[in-house]
Structure formats: structure tokens, C-alpha cells
Design a protein around this ligand. Structure first.
Ligand code: TYD
Length: 218
């Protein structure tokens, strides 16, 4: 059986991390071998890059450095963890991936989308997820949720990206929604204003169908 690569995206505070862990627990209970990981991060080297890119005191970080750091973290994660796990037939669930760089760095910062894509194709050796769940929520609602979370980094505060003004986060959401329209076969857009349980039912049913299909093909 081939491995299956699934990613979770959405504005900050959309609840994607909660859904990723619910799906992981469900699939593990079903007997599947599941790897969960996140970006930026997921390996020792990528976690060190995460600290550089998200630390709110790093005000001097320029946009080009930012996009390259996300891509560098991704290159390490893809080649050290994701590809080897997929080769072993595992299901890999990743909290954010290339769509985040298109939304946050191309749409959000205004960097050239083609360049962002090229950098990321190089970093990832063109690895794309089979399915992406996009949790769709307004940046305002997302921010309110973030302010109420208990387990945040940076002493309960917002990280460098989360601290950016709401207009930036509007552009990011626009990016995600454009991507979902362009790649509707891969990206499943979900209304994240619904209950955790309702959202999970949708994701669970969809993921089970993907796994069954993949089994038939593999
Ligand atoms: P996030 O998944 O929100 O981390 P956490 O849930 O632990 O706070 O990701 C961290 C931030 O990094 C988030 O604000 C989005 C941003 N980001 C980018 O700007 N570009 C990227 O390519 C990735 C992967 C994340």
C-alpha cells in the first residue's frame, strides 16, 4: 500500500490542529500507521528554523528571508520525515504545507506567487498532498479564538505572524480561498464555524473514502 499525505490549512485560530489530532486518533484506532507533524517544524532542524521565523522579537526579519526559511524548514521535513514515511506506507497528517506559503507569503506579503511556487517545488521535490482540508473562518473569529487558547507559545501571546494586522490576515484568507477554487479536486473547503464534532464527521468520512480508494489503486 502506498502512503497517504494529507494536510490541514486555514487561518490562525481555525481549529485545524484540533481536527488533525482527532483524525490521527481515529485512524490509529482503526489500526493504521499514522505520523502527525507540523510546519514550520517537525524535525530538529525545522524546529530551530521555526523559532527564528515565529519569534515575535525578530522584527528585522525581511520577507525574502521569511519565505526561504519556511521553504528550508519544509525541505528538511519532506526529505527527513514525510517521504520516508510515505515510502513505508504510512498516513502522514501535516499541520500546514505549501498552500500556507502561497497564502501567507504570496497573498499576505505580496511576494510573487510564481517565485513562491518555484522555491517550494524545489524544497519539496514537487511532493503534493493527496487531500487538503481547508478550515474556512474569518480572521476576526480566528483571532478571538487564539486569544482564548491556553497552550500558546510565547508566554500565551501571539507569534510574529499572528501579530500582524487583520488586513494581512484577510489577504491570507483570500489566498486560501483562491487555491481552493483552483484546486477543488485536492482542497476540501470546510465551514469552520460549525461544531468540532460536525467538522470532524465530514473530515472522517472523506478521509476514509480516500484511504479505501488508495488501497484499491495500490
Ligand atoms: P500554525 O500552524 O498557525 O502554528 P500554531 O498553530 O502552532 O500557532 O503556523 C505558524 C504560523 O506560521 C502561522 O501564523 C502561519 C505561518 N506560516 C506561514 O506564514 N507560511 C508557511 O509556509 C507556514 C507553514 C506557516
Amino acid at each position: 500500500m502506498n502512503g497517504i499525505f494529507i494536510t490541514f490549512e486555514g487561518p490562525d485560530g481555525s481549529g485545524k490542529t484540533t481536527q488533525l489530532h482527532l483524525l490521527a486518533d481515529f485512524l490509529i484506532n482503526q489500526g493504521y500507521q499514522v505520523i502527525t507533524t507540523r510546519e514550520p517544524g517537525g524535525t530538529n532542524i525545522s524546529n530551530q528554523i521555526r523559532e527564528i521565523v515565529l519569534n515575535p522579537t525578530h522584527k528585522e526579519l525581511i520577507d525574502r528571508t521569511e519565505i526561504l526559511l519556511y521553504a528550508a524548514s519544509r525541505a528538511q521535513l519532506v526529505h527527513e520525515l514525510i517521504l520516508p514515511s510515505l515510502k513505508k506506507g504510512k498516513i502522514v497528517l501535516c499541520d500546514r504545507y505549501i498552500d500556507a506559503s502561497i497564502a501567507y507569503q504570496a497573498y499576505g506579503l505580496g511576494l510573487d506567487r510564481k517565485t513562491v511556487e518555484q522555491i517550494n517545488h524545489f524544497a519539496s521535490s514537487h511532493l503534493q498532498p493527496l487531500r487538503t482540508y481547508l478550515l474556512n473562518i474569518s480572521p476576526e473569529v480566528g483571532r478571538t479564538r487564539l486569544m482564548n487558547r491556553e497552550n500558546a507559545d510565547y508566554n500565551g501571546g501571539l507569534d510574529r505572524i499572528e501579530q500582524k494586522e487583520i488586513e494581512y490576515h484577510q489577504k491570507v484568507l483570500e489566498g486560501f480561498l483562491d487555491l481552493a477554487e483552483e484546486q477543488s479536486n485536492r482542497i476540501k473547503k470546510i465551514n469552520a464555524n460549525q461544531s468540532i464534532e460536525t467538522i470532524f464527521q465530514m473530515i472522517k468520512e472523506d478521509a476514509e473514502a480516500i484511504i479505501q480508494n488508495n488501497r484499491k489503486e495500490g
